[in-house]
Design a protein around this ligand. Structure first.
Ligand SMILES: Cc1cc2nc3c(=O)[nH]c(=O)nc-3n(C[C@H](O)[C@H](O)[C@H](O)COP(=O)(O)O)c2cc1C
Length: 193
């Protein structure tokens, strides 16, 4: 599918749903499609033009390697981890054909609050999810414990003030997920006129 053939943006936004990585099948995005996704994802509002985020493209054999790293780290805290837990770690980056880690690198700045830099990283994750959908893929934006594990972040090459905004798992939906309840506008909107 070319960009010109993609469905309307409003239709995509109105129907987009996460798909559990275990239902995200291959083939994953090509190298050119990944570059398209990253280009679109990095085109988000960014107060001060700081680009306070960066990407980890977790593809191919790196997915299994990272799973093995996650398991090794988990076993340090939980040596009695059962077989199901071990398999979950080994497979956590290998279910979908591609995982893109969005790294927030928000730093103290004279004018731009850290909060705004972190919001921009969230916008990156969302733009990435919508762009994946527009290219014919589905996705899941997850963090799970590895995002909050200092040794795992170090294994990914993150420095101290970098954080994982999300691991966005991307593939082709093998199921059509039911929608989930959405908040009623009456509960979340204050009309000020
Ligand atoms: C920052 C962030 C982190 C998340 N981490 C997880 C997670 O670790 N595990 C999980 O089951 N869902 C997690 N979720 C929620 C999933 O993305 C969930 O599937 C999503 O809320 C479904 O929404 P959707 O139907 O609009 O796509 C996270 C969401 C966000 C925004």
């Amino acid at each position: 599918m070319t960009i010109a053939q993609t469905p309307s943006l409003l239709g995509l936004l109105a129907t987009r749903r996460s798909v559990n990585p275990k239902f995200l099948a291959g083939p994953g995005p090509s190298r050119a499609e990944i570059e398209t996704l990253l280009t679109i994802a990095s085109r988000v509002p960014d107060h001060g033009k700081l680009a306070p985020w960066r990407f980890l493209v977790i593809d191919g054999a790196a997915r299994g390697r990272l799973g093995a790293t996650a398991l090794a780290i988990h076993l340090m805290d939980a040596p009695d981890l059962d077989e199901a837990g071990r398999q979950a770690d080994l497979n956590r980056f290998a279910l979908a054909p591609l995982v893109i880690g969005v790294v927030s690198r928000a730093r103290e700045h004279a004018k731009i609050p850290i909060w705004e830099q972190q919001l921009s990283a969230g916008a990156v994750c969302m733009a990435l999810s919508v762009a994946a959908k527009a290219l014919g893929f589905s996705s899941a934006w997850l963090t799970e414990w590895p995002a909050y594990s200092a040794p795992f972040r170090a294994a990914l090459g993150l420095v101290d003030d970098e954080r994982i905004a999300g691991f966005v798992h991307i593939g082709r939906a093998a199921i059509a997920p039911d929608d989930r309840p959405r908040p009623a506008l009456a509960d979340i909107v204050t009309w000020m006129d």
